[in-house]
Ligand binder design. Structure first.
Ligand code: AVI
Length: 330
């Protein structure tokens, strides 16, 4: 293939990505209230900050889920193997696949017949997994898929007719408001067939002080994680946010389980984006940045049923702060 053609297409793809980022940012900041979509947190710097966050003292969800995967490996893989027929293990947003590596190793030890299909929006992540996992896990049949979740699920379905087991870990589902989370699970169900399974990680309601501290860490990593999106807008969309003029404000409502993060404008100010859009902020005005929903166990079952799944079993950490639930497509 002509290299100019490849380059032109790559530029077109990256322009399309930049355009939808730009359009979402402008629409969000012109809205009332102002908002930004937390899916844009994860540029290279955001990825690094999230890694730092996962290692910080207050951010418990990662450690809870790691405890479940390391201590209940045998029970989890037995549930996924079910009757023993071959399956595709598909992970949505695989990242470094640290948690799933526990399952992969155990499935290989049990000589289960499966292929691992990690899906991630980052092509760096997919290349990394495609290269490193077969070395650390000899015998692993891996085919990384780079793209949007549902596009890649469709692709996975066209590649094999084997039973599907989908991993959606880390309480990523909590970054959607509950109605959107149900809609997402319904769409997931529509991409699956009866008998396919989902293993979904969900953060649970707990002492409100513990939840709030996880999103208000002493080192200020969560603050930098939120401010990084403004920095990304400055860098990629020619914005001129002055980061020192915004503060991070997390809240947790124990009644609804909604943990929300805001950036607060510290003064009246004007921000320009892309050299042509001016956004005005009043002192104390907020930008709604992210929701990290916490669930009750009953709610997790209700979401499953609402979306066309039947809850099968649940795995908890010792403190019962986090659940990994197994659902089967009904
Ligand atoms: C990725 N997601 C589940 C994290 C969460 O807990 O909502 C993102 C995060 N935001 C602030 N800290 C962590």
């Amino acid at each position: 293939m002509d290299s100019t053609f490849v380059q032109t297409n790559l530029t077109a793809v990256s322009n399309a990505k930049t355009n939808s980022f730009y359009n979402d940012v402008i629409a969000g900041l012109h809205g009332t209230p102002k908002r930004l979509n937390s899916k844009y947190f994860y540029d290279a710097n955001g990825d690094k900050l999230f890694q730092e966050l996962m290692n910080c003292e207050e951010y418990y969800p990662t450690n809870c889920e790691l405890e479940i995967f390391s201590e209940k490996t045998d029970e989890i893989t037995s549930a996924l193997i079910a009757d023993g027929d071959a399956f595709d293990l598909i992970e949505l947003g695989a990242g470094d696949a640290m948690k799933s590596t526990y399952l992969l190793k155990d499935l290989l030890d049990k000589k289960a017949e499966f292929a691992y299909l990690p899906i991630d929006i980052s092509d760096n992540v997919i290349s990394y997994l495609n290269i490193t996992l077969p070395v650390t896990l000899p015998g692993l049949n891996i085919k990384g898929l780079n793209g949007e979740y549902f596009d890649m699920l469709k692709k996975a379905a066209s590649m094999s007719s084997r039973r599907k087991v989908v991993l959606f870990l880390g309480s990523n589902i909590g970054n959607m408001p509950v109605p959107e989370a149900i809609e997402f699970c319904r769409e997931l169900r529509n991409h699956l067939s009866e008998g396919d399974m989902v293993l979904i990680g969900m953060d649970l309601k707990k002492d409100p002080k513990v939840v709030l501290a996880a999103y208000n860490d002493k080192e200020g990593i969560t603050k930098r994680f939120n401010l990084n999106l403004l920095e990304r807008i400055n860098r990629e969309l020619e914005g001129n946010f002055d980061l020192a003029k915004f503060d991070h404000y997390p809240t947790y409502d124990p009644e609804t389980g909604a943990c929300k993060s805001y950036l607060i404008s510290l003064e009246d100010q004007l921000v320009t984006i892309g050299g042509k859009e001016t956004i005005s902020f009043q002192k104390d005005e907020y930008i709604y940045m992210e929701i990290s929903q916490k669930f009750t166990i009953m709610q997790t079952d209700q979401i499953a049923i609402n979306a066309g799944f039947a809850p099968v079993t649940q795995f908890f950490d010792g403190k019962k702060w986090f659940v990994d639930a197994v659902w089967v497509a009904a």
